[in-house]
Design a protein around this ligand. Structure first.
Ligand code: GUN
Length: 291
């Protein structure tokens, strides 16, 4: 069994980006600029956005955090988005999800200028991605593709079972891995909560992508010997004795599945750090497209 060390790979990608930014600024160009919009005080969202801003500082990007009150109205948020769309000094921005219940997420995502949509959530980008056109690819699936590629894991002709059909991970990774590009040409099955006899599918899988959000759902008896296991789960599970009051659990029962796997991502330190690195990469790509 080999670990797919997302943290190490993400650090490497950040070094590459940092170097490229240093080269740009050394010839008098401005650095790339990423903004993040956060509405409310959800603990996990605060952590993610904090990491995104910290990573921007590390690679030499300019970053702006727009932290809005929980009671911000949809109209107010749309006004902020319009400003970000018009800001010529901004290469890309994200609106951290989930949004408070009184705000219509779809309306907000549709308002984001697709040329600044570094999350790749706008239908223009999602559609372009599905059609194999130049697009911003959502950071988590983009990170999985990059990880598979850098570890030179063969995907062509392999059976990949994706568990979970979210718009952010399951659906896009199922599309990307079935395409002709990097880490592609797989035969993909997209399984979800209504799938019958899931175990019969996962037992056939050469590659399993778990993006369900149910801690330790994938057990050893569901996995074929030698399978590649990608765990996208990052659920906070309350543990009173832990200093933080919780621990992060993946969708894979790591200790029992790892001995059967050829490659496996740990949680934490697997897919999570790759998401942030690929968000930076998308921002740099947005910057370079404009230059
Ligand atoms: N919430 C969970 N993952 C993401 C992400 O990748 N981007 C945004 N904007 N919100 C998220």
């Amino acid at each position: 069994m080999k670990l797919l060390e997302g943290k190490k790979t993400a650090d490497q990608i950040k070094e590459e980006i940092k170097e490229q930014v240093a080269q740009l600024t050394s010839v008098g160009k401005r650095p790339p600029h990423l903004a993040a919009v956060l509405v409310g005080t959800d603990g996990a969202s605060l952590t993610y956005v904090g990491s995104k801003v910290k990573s921007c500082d590390y690679v030499g990007f300019e970053s702006t955090l727009l932290h809005l009150d929980e009671n911000t109205t949809e109209a107010e948020l749309l006004a902020h988005i319009e400003k970000l769309n018009q800001d010529p000094t901004l290469d890309g921005y994200i609106v951290q999800l989930p949004l408070p219940k009184h705000i219509n997420e779809e309306k907000i995502l549709l308002a984001i200028d697709p040329t600044k949509d570094v999350d790749g959530f706008h239908p223009a980008n999602f559609g372009r991605m599905a059609l194999e056109m130049d697009a911003f690819i959502p950071a988590t699936p983009f990170g999985i593709i990059e990880l598979l590629e850098r570890y030179q894991i063969e995907t062509s002709g392999k059976h990949c079972v994706v568990v979970g059909r979210s718009h952010i991970v399951g659906r896009p990774i199922s599309i990307l891995m079935s395409q002709k590009g990097a880490a592609g040409n797989a035969t993909v099955t997209l399984a979800h909560s209504r799938t019958k006899d899931l175990i019969a599918l996962t037992l056939q899988a050469d590659i399993i992508v778990m993006a369900l959000g149910i801690p330790e759902f994938l057990k050893a008896d569901m996995v074929k010997q030698g399978a590649v296991i990608i765990d996208v789960g990052i659920t906070r599970v309350a543990v009173a004795t832990h200093p933080k009051g919780y621990v992060i659990k993946g969708d894979v029962a790591f200790d029992e599945v790892a001995p059967k796997a050829s490659y496996i991502t740990p949680v934490p330190g697997g897919v999570g750090p790759m998401t942030i690195a690929m968000l930076l990469k998308n921002t740099l790509l947005g910057y370079l497209r404009k230059a």
